[in-house]
Ligand binder design. Structure first.
Ligand SMILES: NC(=O)c1ccc[n+]([C@@H]2O[C@H](COP(=O)([O-])OP(=O)(O)OC[C@H]3O[C@@H](n4cnc5c(N)ncnc54)[C@H](OP(=O)(O)O)[C@@H]3O)[C@@H](O)[C@H]2O)c1
Length: 253
């Protein structure tokens, strides 16, 4: 049985992944806040139930996924009574293991995890720290795990996930530029969504260095090479590296 404290976006994704198309899905208990999400999950999946209180989740489940927003974590945890039997899997971005162990004492095991929204489709490669059999068992069900042996390594994985919105914003820039060339706005968006969706599929099937895939999409002297060289000359890779450094510094407090 898995308990979730915090029933928002990421919980909905993990619970959908745990419950969809599985012959014998695990029982799932949800905390009561996030009413619409909880109600929707409970009506879609017979293995899911919404509890009366956050403590009700802890009283019935041993494995607890923490998925409230980081600023409210301390207040939420302060009201809960953990037991040594509890295994706490914290999705809270940037909240250190030491802090979590203190807030969730005397929980027996505390693990940080970085689930991805693709858990809903069973496709979240979830970074975990430290290695933990219970975390592996849960997140193997929704796409697999990558183990960070040190917390600073987990922070680096976390920083890498901070790039999604900027990546989508880059695609928005391309779509808007295309619309500016006189192409109808919806058609421009659909075109950009299609070409990058296809690129994403090539990416997910690719195993070697990324530079190999870059080469495949580039004719020497061609227009892909021109745009990439232009952006590199303008300092885009350095800007990205520096922004990632700043995210990492924030995550490490
Ligand atoms: N979204 C992602 O892709 C993602 C990925 C990895 C990690 N995370 C982490 O996961 C956590 C949740 O993110 P999210 O995007 O799922 O946020 P979210 O959609 O805002 O969900 C947070 C949920 O917590 C509920 N909540 C608020 N106060 C509560 C309380 N006192 N007790 C129990 N639940 C309470 C909220 O309920 P109400 O709606 O009633 O306020 C809401 O349903 C964050 O710490 C984030 O860093 C998110």
């Amino acid at each position: 049985m898995y308990g979730f404290v915090g029933t928002g976006e990421i919980t909905a994704a993990i619970v959908a992944g745990l419950s969809t198309g599985v012959a014998d899905p695990p029982a799932v208990l949800l905390s009561p806040r996030g009413r619409d999400v909880g109600r929707e999950l409970a009506s879609r999946f017979p293995n899911v139930r919404v509890c009366e209180s956050n403590q009700g989740v802890l009283d019935s489940a041993t494995v607890i996924v923490l998925a409230v927003r980081p600023p409210m974590a301390q207040d939420v945890l302060a009201e809960l009574s953990f037991q040594p039997r509890h295994v706490v899997l914290s999705a809270l971005a940037g909240v250190r293991l030491e802090q979590l162990r203190h807030w969730a004492a005397p929980a027996g095991q505390v693990v940080r995890v970085i689930p991805l929204p693709q858990a809903a489709q069973g496709q979240s490669l979830t970074a975990i720290c430290p290695d933990n059999a219970v975390a592996r068992e849960l997140f193997d069900r929704v796409g697999g795990v990558v183990v960070a042996n040190e917390e600073k390594t987990l922070d680096a994985f976390s920083a890498a996930t901070a790039t999604f919105a900027a990546h989508l914003d880059y695609l928005t820039t391309i779509a808007e530029w295309l619309a500016g060339q006189g192409i109808e706005h919806d058609a421009a968006t659909a075109y950009v969504t299609h070409i990058f969706g296809q690129l994403g599929q090539s990416l997910s099937q690719h195993t070697g260095p990324l530079a190999e895939l870059t080469e495949k999409h580039m004719t020497p002297g061609g227009i892909n090479e021109q745009l990439m060289t232009d952006l590199r000359r303008e300092g885009v890779p350095d800007l990205v590296r520096h922004a990632l450094d700043r995210v990492l510094a924030r995550l490490q407090g």
